[in-house]
Every structure is written in structure tokens, then in C-alpha cells.
Write a protein that binds this ligand. Structure first.
Ligand SMILES: [Zn+2]
Length: 356
């Protein structure tokens, strides 16, 4: 067993952090993965991963605000993620790389691979000392109309998200969820109601707009979704006709908007509006009512429990760090399958923003 000193300047967030340095079934690796106050850190590359605070050098897996929190000195990411981050953050330098093309980074070699979560979302492969480490960021293995399909990247050490790492989260097939979304939209329109689907500006919103437009509905999108769709179109990922939201003309059409104040305003302005919450969290009874929704459909841009186990197994990783969400249940499920696993507790993001 290799002894790795815990630096005193690091803020360790739970007892799990200490355990991972001491347990004999945890084989050594050369990467020096640790949690610092700023966020997850890979020492061998002197690089933060989705840091919560501003740092000099950071890999950003995707542009959701709970991962892309700050304008770092240098941000390593895909070109799509840089485009989306520039919509919000005006400063910071971007070091943009395409998928699948390795590049040197100090003594390490880095490669970005698709994560299938939202457009531009990337996993990071770190090769160092003859071994391979993969950080997934948020990941989904299933298909999407509006982003690259995730790749399973073989590795020795895996750092994997565990948002839905609990056995009860087994999602229905994507095709079934799409049919359910289209069927619900049709039923509401037939009843002279206005379906208002809730989705983030990046990821869920564009995906819902694509599903509904592809099913033949006339779709209106809220302003921030429209802003992001311009980037989607420029990058060749959205080619369906949608129009900007005009509450006076919403009757007979389907609306897509972020949840929160925008959705509340639409509910007030559009006669007959019925809100539809779409997320993996829709598996929890009544969860959509937190967002004022009348209906809920289970469609996620995260891997479900089975896909998380499948992913860990297919990478061939000898050990797995789990982070975010249901870490403890996923750690135990991996251990039960003979895959050593530890929790990296990076704490809550600066701004609470689930990206289901
Ligand atoms: Zn996300």
C-alpha cells in the first residue's frame, strides 16, 4: 500500500476522503486525485475538474452552471462548451480541443471524448505513468437528437458521476419517453390547452424542441432557449423550424421554456397553459409539482442506475471514484460487483442547479 500524505491546505469534506488514502484494497495509481476547496483536482496534470471556484487551469466538462461556475485562467473544453460559456461569462481564456484528438499537458496526455449529456459535453482522459484515468462529468449513454453519443473509454481509474446511482432509478427507453411527450402534447392540444414543456436552455430545452418539432408540432421557444439554439444551429445540431415565444399566439402551439420565473410568467399570460415537467426526477411521485407542473414525463440526460453500472464495468476500471448525487448507494452497488469504489465529496455547487 502506498502512503499518500493529505495536504493540510486541502479541505477534506468527509471521512471518505481520508479512507481512500488508507484502505488496503485500493490499489495505488499515479494520478494524485484529491478534493480541494476549489474542487476536484488531478495532481499529476496540475488540473482542476469542473472547479467550483476560480482557478488557473480547469477542465470544464460542459456548460451547465453547476459545472461551469467561474471564468478560470485557462479552461480546457470543447468548442461548443466554450461557445455556451461565452453566453454567460465574458472573461477567461479557452483552450479548445476536438473529441478524440490527444494533446500534451505537462507530463500527461489529455483527450476529450463525448459524454452524451448535452451538446459539447466531454469526458476527460488523462494518460500518465502508463495508466489511464477518465473523468466522466455528467454522462448519458442513451441516444439524443441534439448532442453527440457518449463513448465508453477504457481506463484504469474512473471518476464517475452518480446523480441517479440508486437502484430505483431505472428509466424507460428513450423512444418510449419521446412517444409519451408527443402523445401528451397532442392530447392537450386536442383539449384546447397549451402544452408548456419545462427544460433548461442548454440540453433539455433544445432536446424537447427537437422531439416536438420532429413529431410535427409547431413549437415556440422562450428567449434563453432561442439564444442557445442559435449556437446549436451554427454547429449543425438543430435544423427544425421553431419560432420565438409570443404568448398571444401560443394557442394551437407547443411552448418550451426553462422552469422558474419564465414558466410562471407564461402560465399567467397564456390562457389554458399546462406545464409539463420532463426529467429523470419525474420518477419520484409528485416531484414535478415542485415546479408548478401539471404533468411529468421521465426523460433524462443522465445515465440511470443500470447504465452507471454498465459504464463502470465496460471501462474495465480497477477502481472507481463516485461523485455527486447518490454516491453511497452506487459505491455499495459497485463494491457488490467486485469493483472497488470510493466517494469523492466535492460539496454542493456554488449555485444550486440540478441538471437532470
Ligand atoms: Zn449537466
Amino acid at each position: 500500500m502506498r502512503f499518500v500524505p493529505c495536504p493540510t491546505e486541502d479541505r477534506l469534506n468527509s471521512a471518505d476522503q481520508l479512507l481512500l488514502f488508507a484502505e488496503p484494497d485500493w490499489p495505488p495509481d499515479p494520478f494524485d486525485v484529491r478534493v480541494r476547496a476549489e474542487g476536484l483536482y488531478v495532481g499529476c496534470a496540475d488540473l482542476y475538474l469542473d472547479a467550483r471556484l476560480k482557478v488557473d487551469r480547469c477542465f470544464i466538462s460542459h456548460a451547465h452552471t453547476d459545472h461551469a461556475c467561474a471564468a478560470h485562467g485557462v479552461t480546457v473544453c470543447t468548442s461548443a462548451t466554450a461557445r455556451f460559456m461565452r453566453l454567460r461569462l465574458r472573461s477567461g481564456e479557452f483552450d479548445v480541443h476536438p473529441f478524440g484528438r490527444p494533446f500534451p499537458w505537462g507530463d500527461a496526455r489529455l483527450t476529450l471524448h463525448p459524454a452524451g449529456h448535452v451538446l459539447g459535453s466531454a469526458q476527460l482522459l488523462v494518460e500518465y505513468g502508463g495508466q489511464r484515468l477518465v473523468y466522466t462529468g455528467d454522462i448519458k449513454l442513451g441516444p439524443s437528437l441534439t448532442c453527440e453519443r457518449a463513448k465508453v473509454v477504457p481506463c484504469d481509474v474512473l471518476i464517475c458521476e452518480s446523480t441517479f446511482g440508486l437502484e430505483k432509478f431505472r428509466f424507460p427507453p428513450v423512444a418510449q419517453a419521446r412517444r409519451q411527450i408527443a402523445h401528451l402534447a397532442g392530447e392537450l392540444l386536442a383539449a384546447d390547452r397549451v402544452p408548456v414543456f419545462l427544460g433548461y436552455s442548454l440540453g433539455r430545452g433544445p432536446e424537447l424542441a427537437a422531439i416536438l418539432a420532429q413529431a410535427g408540432f409547431e413549437v415556440m421557444v422562450e428567449e434563453s432557449i432561442g439564444q442557445h439554439l442559435r449556437v446549436y444551429r451554427e454547429l449543425g445540431w438543430f435544423d427544425w423550424p421553431v419560432r420565438p415565444l409570443d404568448p398571444r399566439k401560443a394557442r394551437g402551439r407547443v411552448v418550451v421554456t426553462p422552469a422558474g420565473p419564465a414558466a410562471a410568467a407564461i402560465a399567467r399570460q397564456v390562457t389554458g397553459a399546462e406545464l409539463v415537467y420532463v426529467s429523470g426526477w419525474a420518477m419520484l411521485a409528485g416531484y414535478g409539482r415542485r415546479f408548478g407542473a401539471d404533468h411529468a414525463v421521465c426523460l433524462s440526460d443522465h445515465a440511470d442506475f443500470d447504465d452507471l453500472l454498465r459504464l463502470a464495468g465496460r471501462t474495465g476500471a480497477r477502481k472507481v471514484y463516485v461523485t455527486h448525487g447518490y454516491t453511497r448507494p452506487l459505491r455499495d452497488s459497485l463494491a457488490a460487483r467486485g469493483i472497488p469504489s470510493r466517494i469523492l465529496n466535492v460539496g454542493a455547487p456554488r449555485r444550486r442547479a440540478r441538471s437532470p
